[in-house]
Ligand binder design. Structure first.
Ligand SMILES: O=C(CO)[C@@H](O)[C@H](O)COP(=O)(O)O
Ligand SMILES: [Fe+2]
Length: 260
């Protein structure tokens, strides 16, 4: 029988409110709503000659969004792709999937409009790459995209903090940007914990070396947007890995909300 007493109802309502929305679309996450667990495979680790079908496969395996790594051979010592590829991917996957563009480029200002036109959903730039983050945030918003702000391992979280209230997402890099398949830097976790304590409803993303072995550190520290490249793409069962990562984060979010 369903209990209907007032105190029981109150407890059930509290419990329901504390349960994270597992499949929330990233576009709904800012401002009014509590953050939720979202898993974004980095397609850098996939067969780059099949990017379109790899994106489709990741969405079919339960990805919440796609993390697309743009490298210019200048900001980082590697080159990937630019907005023409994003335009093709958008045509292949349709309007729905959320494209988080991780812009590892110098002068990120120059690609805002082309990326927006190509179908990017969020433009995540590095604070190290610009002298005027405030202006760039404004330009990204005016182009209709969400804003992500990233810091490299050597950059302190204090450099991100002044902008945190103006962005949709903060990205704490857990490897030196440039390549997939590197070792997770656990010593970045205090940055995540600090951001979570200061900005309780901010989307906080971690990127680099994140997989089943390292997800619990990220989840406990307070990250809720999880980029995972080689651990997901290289797995025989990406669907299970994505589900495992999401469960770890969802449980940590639930624990945090019950502890409050
Ligand atoms: O931005 C980057 C690397 O610069 C990442 O998005 C990696 O591509 C993630 O891959 P794994 O470290 O998970 O293999
Ligand atoms: Fe990335």
């Amino acid at each position: 029988m369903v209990p209907t007493g007032n105190s029981t109802m109150l407890r059930l309502a509290r419990l329901a409110a504390s349960v994270p929305r597992l499949h929330a679309h990233p576009t709904n996450s800012r401002h009014s709503m509590a953050y939720s667990a979202k898993i974004g495979p980095s397609i850098l680790s996939s067969d780059l000659s099949c990017l379109g079908s790899e994106c489709v496969r990741m969405m079919e395996c339960g990805a919440d969004y796609l993390h697309l790594d743009v490298m210019d051979g200048h900001f980082v010592p590697n080159i990937t792709f630019g907005h023409p590829m994003v335009e093709c991917l958008r045509k292949t996957v349709g309007q729905d999937p959320f494209f988080d563009m991780h812009m590892m480029v110098s002068r990120p200002e120059q690609w805002v409009k082309p990326m927006a036109a190509a179908g990017a959903s969020q433009y995540t730039f590095h604070v190290e790459a610009t002298t005027n983050p405030g202006n760039l945030i404004k330009e990204i918003r005016e182009s209709g995209m969400k804003v992500g702000l990233a810091i490299k391992p050597g950059t302190t979280v204090e450099e991100l903090a002044p902008w945190a209230n103006q962005v949709d997402m903060a990205l704490v890099m857990t490897v030196e940007p440039g390549f997939g398949g590197q070792k997770f830097m656990e010593d970045m976790m205090p940055k995540v914990s600090w951001l979570r304590s200061q900005f309780p409803s901010l989307d906080i993303e971690v990127d680099g070396g994140v997989g089943p072995d390292t997800i619990h550190k990220c989840a406990e520290a307070g990250a809720n947007m999880i980029v995972s490249g080689s651990a997901v793409i290289g797995s025989d069962d990406p669907r299970s890995v994505i589900a495992l990562l999401r469960t770890a984060v969802a449980e940590a979010i639930q624990k945090r909300s019950l502890d409050r």
